[in-house]
Write a protein that binds this ligand. Structure first.
Ligand code: ADP
Length: 260
């Protein structure tokens, strides 16, 4: 897509010539479309829980429901939906902060990655235990990297939380830490459902889910991997996925080491 500017060159009120400027705005237009799609998606995603909450409250009021069992069931749906709403708003905020901050205002500190991962295992202990999922950390030696702590934690929590969500009970989730000359390599490996080949490319898009009802049932917002991708890119890294249906999924993140 080209934007064209035409300007006359005048000298003594005489038109002497024209300047024509052609600007390629394909990328800008694409950004604009993406932004518009995102706003439409956000509105839709926010509306769904709000409609459900309102619907159940209206049903309780209009039908004068007093049966304790029915009420309990309805309240629990209302609670879950408001929970989803709050997770959505939180993820949208995190994404927009990641986009706006880009380079500055980020507090870097030296993180001991092994210690960090252990702490994240602790944070996710309860959801793992509920599914009898065991965590494993494999690392040849302790690794250090200068990063923004909140970003690193958010990235790992999203990946490990997905590994738990998209695995059958009883399966292990493994994090592998390794390094080469220039990079630190972090792998998150599960033996879960896997991702169909046609979807692998799209899972980092905002609100893209392979199985919408499964994601919603597990409390997903559809933004987790978009956030992970942002964090990886903000730190100059790359992320790859290797997945096989019914066998499991492996996310591989490579982050550049800090120059000493
Ligand atoms: P969600 O909130 O739906 O989990 P994400 O952005 O975190 O959103 O992930 C997008 C989609 O990618 C998920 O809905 C799921 O279908 C798929 N996915 C992500 N991680 C895994 C995994 N470890 N195993 C299988 N599928 C996964």
């Amino acid at each position: 897509i080209l934007r064209i500017y035409i300007n006359q060159i005048k000298e003594d009120e005489q038109i002497n010539g024209h300047i024509i400027i052609l600007e390629d705005i394909t990328f800008l237009k694409k950004l604009e479309t993406m932004r518009r799609d995102f706003v439409a998606n956000v509105s839709h995603e926010l509306k769904t829980p709000i409609t459900t909450i309102r619907g159940f409250i209206e049903t309780i009021q209009e039908n004068h429901i007093t049966d304790p069992q029915t009420l309990e069931r309805f309240y629990s749906i209302i609670y879950d939906e408001s929970d989803r709403l709050s997770r959505l708003v939180n993820d949208i905020l995190v994404l927009s902060q990641l986009e706006n901050k880009g380079g500055f205002d980020r507090k870097f500190e030296v993180l001991e990655l092994n210690v960090e991962i252990k702490q994240i295992f602790d944070i996710l202990k309860f959801s793992a235990e509920a599914k009898e999922i065991t965590f494993l950390l494999t690392a040849e030696k302790p690794l250090k990297l200068e990063l923004v702590a909140d970003e690193f934690r958010q990235m790992m929590i999203n990946l490990i939380d997905n590994a738990i969500k998209y695995s059958e009970p009883g399966k292990p989730v493994e994090v592998v830490l390794a390094e080469n000359e220039e990079q630190v390599i972090i792998k998150v490996i599960d033996q879960g459902y896997g991702i169909p080949e046609k979807d692998v490319e799209r899972i980092f898009e905002r609100f893209y889910r392979v199985d919408k009802s499964r994601s919603k049932e597990k409390g997903g917002t559809g933004l987790g991997l978009a956030i992970v991708k942002h964090i990886v890119y903000n730190n100059g890294g790359t992320i790859k996925v290797d997945s096989h249906i019914g066998e499991g999924t492996e996310f591989v993140i490579e982050l550049p080491k800090n120059e000493d």
